[in-house]
Design a protein around this ligand. Structure first.
Ligand SMILES: [Zn+2]
Ligand SMILES: [Zn+2]
Length: 250
């Protein structure tokens, strides 16, 4: 049994690390969480609403842009890099620690998402399980709304084009996070699951889903820039030792 201590709430989340126990625990969690999905839940509406937030931000942003200068476009790579570092930090410190007032984020991620999907069992079994992978659409919208004051400040500090480019890039980044995460949890033999880029990035995320590795390694879900800079990409020998341990216990 693998115990991961949640320091903030002094609560322990139990995710078994050994073979038979994890299969049983995952099965039970899946059953419980599937039963909790409301009858009226539509995975397509969920996906459309989340993606729609990005399309809306892009549309509003493009309308707001006024002949940007070449230097204004620097806002795009800088925002992308900062979003990647924010993703790394939020996953490590908000999704894997139960900190007020973000307990809901933790609860949806560590005891639910990680409990259902594991290193050897990453794929959704049906479309309704998108609810166990995607952030609620209002959460995606909430993140974009939180970015608005920063965009406003940048528009005052530099010029409105920089503010709009920041807003567009950060909104599309969140949608990109959602879609890439979803692609790793689709069946590996599906059209999307077979794409070369998805295969490479899924392997990174899959390692993060191992109960013995999840608290320490591979916190980026998109491109592992933050993991590279913070040296949190799981090293080969650590992965091999972990898998060896699994084999010895099964
Ligand atoms: Zn995942
Ligand atoms: Zn995680």
């Amino acid at each position: 049994m693998m115990l991961t201590r949640d320091h903030s709430a002094q609560r322990r989340v139990e995710i078994p690390a050994d073979g038979s126990a994890i299969v049983e625990a995952r099965g039970k969690a899946r059953e419980r969480l599937q039963a909790a999905i409301p009858e009226r839940y539509s995975p397509w509406l969920h996906l459309a609403a989340s993606t729609g937030v990005g399309v809306l931000a892009l549309t509003v942003g493009l309308i707001g842009l006024r002949a940007p200068r070449a230097v204004d476009y620097l806002a795009i790579p800088i925002t992308f890099l900062l979003s990647n570092l924010f993703e790394w930090w939020a996953h490590k410190d908000l999704l894997h620690r139960r900190i007020k007032p973000f307990q809901e984020l933790y609860d949806r991620h560590t005891p639910e998402h990680h409990m259902v999907f594991g290193y050897d069992d990453m794929a959704v079994r049906n479309w309704k399980e998108l609810r166990l992978v995607l952030i609620p659409a209002f959460g995606v919208a909430g993140i974009v709304v939180m970015m608005a004051p920063i965009a406003f400040a940048l528009s005052r500090l530099f010029n409105p084009n920089v503010g709009w480019l920041f807003l567009i890039t950060s909104a599309l980044y969140v949608v990109g996070y959602e879609l890439s995460h979803l692609s790793y949890h689709l069946p590996p033999d599906s059209f999307i699951g077979r794409l070369a880029l998805v295969r490479v990035l899924r392997e990174q995320h899959r390692r993060h889903h191992h109960p013995r590795l999840m608290q320490k390694w591979n916190f980026n879900v998109t491109i592992p820039i933050g993991d590279f800079l913070h040296r949190t990409m799981v090293p080969k020998d650590v992965l091999e030792k972990t898998l060896e341990q699994d084999r010895a216990e099964s």
